[in-house]
Design a protein around this ligand. Structure first.
Ligand code: GCW
Length: 843
């Protein structure tokens, strides 16, 4: 009723505007970069002469997807409904069909470029004398890719009146992996439960899976392994194959092939054989039978990924066999059906001896796989993580990428941000991947950048490509951070064309996701491009790797956890120096796995770039880098700079208020504010740890000294008790306070002794998963702010993982005012506090 009254009073044009405003409010990120938001009328008018009829020549489900997409996109962006025509056009038309199909209409049709496989072309021409906008390619899937490309142009307000372009993907294999478990959880997934599985079954409703396939196809991704590489033994049980077929059914209309992860021990563990020895004929027979069964139900099944002899997974080593033998037995069973095996090179011993200075996890992949070059069948692809360790914030390129010349290779990149802030931090990874892809391995003294090796161009390999570990989940916007979706988008775009720049990808994604407002595009691109350098600076600069809690959730800072264990992510920090000596001369010899040209960069300390130096060399803290600064001062400065830069992202984002829809604005503001606070946790934990380890003071006097900070343990406490976190650097000053078990409310207070003025007060507290505590800030007994500790963070104890900053802005304080933090615990979460920091209000 009320709505009606309001509507009646508002003149119609305004009412329409309000409807649009409401639509803008509703954006959740679910449509990702396929929003097809209505273009401004003056921009839309540029497309006035575009044909209004659509002729789709193909009849497959993929062709139908292309047609639906064009209708939907044009309707959304231009408000026009295309007319569907059949057969030869009788007037201007958009014609979508393979080259062969278009030629059947007009034999003289001659598209540009060499349109093999997934390559497509967009051409403005005439067919049978009629004006035509042709979307064509070698296959129906290529035509679908062309449709998406055309829509992408319109969304970015690009001209389409005189098109004559062809695009061919750089590689045939452009896959994603999901690490989904059958119970619905996702290993290293940070965006909710699986879109494929729940309760050990394929979900009855696969609508999200179908939407995912659409997103993937829109950037040219053509395959998806749906389950965790730590593979469930039952993924290919007969009754499960029928369920997997339902996923294949929703992938098929988008040209996305289904794949699964298998465990090499299946023939024995679920197949009831007495062995899984890959050279035993019974085992070969078992795999043959299994894939016959799979292809009967899923005729276009793509293939499998294998993780073996790694992190507790069984493997061929049990029988003295090697990865090539394990891969080939499966590959031969797939071969008659056209399937492929991705065999992961992520094989290493996680019980290395820390005391052995020659032990080196980085060596493992090359040591194991290089001797097998030439022994893998043609439908095997060795899937190689981009660095020799494990998706760290910076690693050198894996030497194995240059170490196989007679083997198909795929590079594995991680879209899910396991070691890069788990999507609670914004980290745009494209610039990092670009550095890897452009790195020249100089194999045989030739120019052999990684991107050319994986295309197969360098060594004339028939297969090869990209695998991105995506781990999207049921979270409305797929990755739980609106900006993180740029990594999935960029992965697909780079796999298609690795020569695209990071800037171009960021611009393009932003326009599609947030619209063409220049200020918005500039600010978001700026944040994205600055985010990886900032993250590297406040986590692990100089090639130290991420310095995160590697025996725990891989999230917050915990430099100590790198050392003294078998995982081999060592930084070998002592009192005199830091870094791992991987040289041939005095170290582990890892450098020797590169070509002579690359060895010349990393073997001599003097040649090694600063940003990776500690990955290769152990040096004194006082060693002067190329920059002229000492190692230790660089560590200190870099952490301060990274944290500060992250604070700038918040300010930059705030300038967009009113320019992006309120829903996404507020969501991202909260994310960036959290990140800026957590960057300070990182800064302090790592700098304090190195300060203690090195005994060298910060020349700028910041480390260990925080003049505006009052530690909770130094406040006047009621009911709160002091505790020490498991890792001392996990709390400022090595201590925090937690409300005693018998108390229902606790407080910590301090007297303000600064000058009268306007301030902001940062309250650093710990948010555990075991409860939802409440906090209040009181000034002279008046409540100034209150909030709930309801974030979902890893870990269940107060630590750098769970440390969160709450900022209370605009407090007027006078000398002598009493600032009190009141904590109301909830169950096991005892409203833990770390410190408060009182800062002059930043305007
Ligand atoms: O990065 C590590 C992860 C594991 C993962 C493994 C892998 C699927 O911590 O969770 O297991 O890599 O890539 O196999």
């Amino acid at each position: 009723m009320l709505d009606r009254i309001i509507m009646q009073r508002i003149p119609l044009p305004f009412a329409v505007l309000m409807l649009f405003a409401c639509a803008a409010l509703a954006e959740s990120g679910e449509d990702a970069w396929l929003r097809y938001a209505r273009l401004d009328p003056h921009v839309a008018s540029r497309y006035a002469s575009m044909p209004t009829a659509l002729v789709t020549l193909g009849h497959s489900s993929v062709s139908r997807s292309g047609q639906t997409e064009l209708l939907r996109g044009i309707q959304g962006m231009l408000g026009r409904t295309l007319r569907i025509d059949i057969g030869a056009p009788t007037g201007p038309a958009i014609i979508a069909g393979t080259v062969e199909q278009v030629r059947a209409l007009d034999a003289s049709f001659d598209p540009p470029g060499n349109l093999q496989a997934d390559g497509f072309a967009l051409i403005s021409t005439r067919i049978k004398g009629q004006e035509a906008l042709i979307i064509t390619g070698g296959t129906d899937r290529a035509v679908l890719y062309g449709a998406f490309a055309l829509l992408r142009k319109i969304a970015q307000a690009e001209g389409i009146s005189a098109l004559n372009e062809a695009q061919v993907p750089s590689v045939p294999v452009r896959w994603v992996n999901q690490w989904d478990n059958l119970d619905g959880s996702i290993e290293r997934g940070y965006a909710g439960q699986s879109i494929f599985f729940e309760n050990r079954r394929v979900r009855p409703n696969l609508a999200r899976a179908a939407e995912y396939a659409r997103l993937l196809a829109s950037v040219g991704i053509n395959g998806c392994n749906v389950n965790n590489v730590n593979a469930d033994l039952h993924i290919l049980d007969s009754d499960f194959i029928a369920q997997l077929a339902r996923i294949a059914d929703v992938f098929r209309p988008y040209g996305v092939k289904l794949g699964v992860a298998v465990n090499v021990s299946m023939p024995k563990q679920v197949g009831r054989l007495d062995t899984f020895d890959p050279l035993d004929p019974k085992v070969a027979e078992w795999w043959n039978g299994k894939f016959d069964e799979v292809y009967r139900q899923i005729p276009d099944f793509g293939g499998v990924v294998v993780k073996a002899d790694s992190e507790g997974q069984l493997g061929p080593s049990l029988y003295g066999r090697n990865p090539a033998e394990a891969a080939n037995v499966i590959a031969r069973a797939l071969k008659p059906h056209g399937g492929i095996v991705f065999y992961r090179a992520f094989v290493y011993d996680h019980h290395l001896d820390w005391n052995n200075l020659k032990a080196d996890r980085a060596r493992a992949a090359y040591d194991i796989f290089h001797p097998l070059d030439g022994q893998f069948d043609d439908n095997v692809i060795v899937q190689i993580k981009h660095g020799p360790i494990d998706f760290q914030v910076r690693e050198p390129v894996s030497p194995l990428l240059g170490g196989l010349q007679k083997t198909n290779e795929a590079i594995e990149l991680q879209i899910t941000q396991e070691y890069t802030g788990q999507q609670r931090h914004t980290v745009f990874l494209i610039p990092m991947w670009k550095e890897v892809l452009d790195f020249d391995m100089a194999v045989n003294g030739q120019n052999t950048p990684v991107k050319d090796i994986i295309t197969g161009r360098s060594f004339h390999r028939p297969l090869g490509g990209y695998v991105g570990v995506a781990n999207v989940g049921l979270s409305t916007n797929w990755l739980a951070n609106q900006l993180a979706l740029a990594n999935l988008y960029g992965f697909g775009r780079l796999a298609w064309n690795p020569d695209l720049t990071a800037q171009a990808i960021a611009d393009e994604w932003t326009k599609l996701t947030f619209g063409n407002d220049r200020a918005v595009v500039k600010a978001i691109t700026n944040i994205q491009l600055g985010s990886w350098p900032a993250y590297e600076s406040y986590t692990g600069p100089l090639g130290l790797q991420t310095l995160t809690n590697i025996t725990g959730p891989h999230y917050g800072p915990a430099p100590e956890s790198q050392e003294h264990n078998g995982w081999g992510q060592w930084i070998r920090a002592g009192h005199d120096g830091v870094g791992m000596d991987r040289t041939v001369a005095t170290g582990t010899g890892f450098v020797g796995q590169y070509s002579p040209t690359v060895q010349k960069i990393y073997e001599p300390l003097a040649n090694t770039p600063d940003n990776i130096v500690l990955f290769f060399h152990h040096v004194p803290y006082t060693y002067r880098l190329h920059s002229g600064k000492t190692v230790i001062q660089t560590i200190y400065d870099s952490h301060y700079e990274g944290a500060e830069e992250t604070g700038e992202f918040v300010k930059e984002w705030q300038l967009l208020k009113g320019r992006v829809d309120d829903g996404r604005y507020e969501e991202l503001l909260a994310q960036l504010e959290y990140q800026a606070g957590h960057a300070i946790v990182w800064r302090d934990a790592v700098d304090d740890w190195f300060h203690q380890m090195s005994g060298v003071d910060d020349q700028k006097g910041r480390v260990g000294r925080h003049p505006n900070r009052v530690e909770a343990e130094a406040m006047e406490l009621r009911g709160y008790r002091v505790f020490e976190p498991t890792s001392w650097e996990g709390a400022s000053g090595g201590k925090g306070v937690a409300c005693s078990a018998e108390m229902t409310t606790c407080s910590a207070q301090t007297k303000f002794d600064g000058a009268a003025g306007l301030y902001e007060v940062d309250i650093e507290y710990f948010d555990l998963s075991s409860g939802t505590s409440k906090f209040k800030v009181l000034v002279n007994n008046h409540v100034a702010d209150e909030w709930r500790a309801d974030m979902l963070l890893p870990g269940n104890e107060p630590s750098a993982d769970s440390s969160v900053r709450h900022r209370t802005k605009g407090l007027t304080l006078h000398p002598g005012d009493v600032i009190c933090i009141e904590g109301t615990p909830d169950r096991a979460e005892r409203a833990p506090l770390d410190y408060i920091e009182v800062l002059p209000l930043q305007r």
